[in-house]
Write a protein that binds this ligand. Structure first.
Ligand SMILES: Nc1nc2c(c(=O)[nH]1)N[C@H]1C(S)=C(S)[C@@H](COP(=O)(O)O)O[C@H]1N2
Ligand SMILES: [Mo]
Length: 175
């Protein structure tokens, strides 16, 4: 009996400890993105509101985990530039040297969080391919990743800043 329990524990241990910590599936679908923080007027955008902005396409993107594993291959994400969304709200810039100290957080419903800097988004080639997307390969996003996600198409490892269930953008002025 004791030995059976031990064997069972040994057999189950890898299954219990492997994927869930890295890839929790505890988020709820997001239906809108709230833009808050150091902005002129916080606002919330649902898919319809985002579709009022200029739509962009990423073209082919491999989703590559930080581990190096390719976990997905997408022909196209369709959405709008994160900078276009932020510009709708307007960063609260206090003078010539202020914008450059801003960082931008992207948050998901499961607590997943990634960072950008103002310079990355507005002063490097990365920014033009950072999209808030509602469509993958011509179809609305499925519940496990949408309705909205963020993708940074120029990243070397695209997995980390492939934010499923995107629900918030926060602009922070670093002190
Ligand atoms: N909301 C959310 N987005 C997330 C994650 C997560 O845990 N929560 N995991 C990331 C990781 S580690 C990777 S590699 C990619 C993988 O994309 P996939 O889950 O669609 O395969 O999503 C990223 N986006
Ligand atoms: Mo990952």
């Amino acid at each position: 009996m004791k030995i059976h329990a031990l064997l069972l524990a040994l057999l189950l241990a890898p299954a219990l400890s492997a994927a869930p910590a890295d890839h929790p599936e505890t988020g709820a679908p997001s239906h809108s993105v709230r833009v808050t923080g150091a902005v002129k007027a916080p606002a919330e955008f649902d898919v319809a509101a985002l579709q009022d902005l200029v739509a962009r396409d990423t073209g082919p993107v491999d989703v590559v985990c930080a581990s190096g594993a390719t976990v997905g291959s997408v022909q196209n994400f369709r959405g709008v530039r994160l900078t276009d969304v932020i510009d709708r709200v307007g960063i609260d810039v206090q003078g010539h040297k202020d914008a450059r100290r801003m960082v931008i957080l992207a948050r998901a419903t499961d607590g997943y969080l990634v960072t950008f800097s103002w310079n990355e988004l507005y002063n490097s080639p990365i920014g033009k391919d950072v999209l808030v997307a509602w469509e993958k390969d011509g179809k609305p996003l499925e519940a496990r990743e949408g309705q909205l996600l963020l993708i940074s198409g120029q990243d070397i490892k695209t997995g980390p800043r492939h934010v499923r269930w995107l629900s918030g953008i926060e602009v922070i002025r670093m002190e």
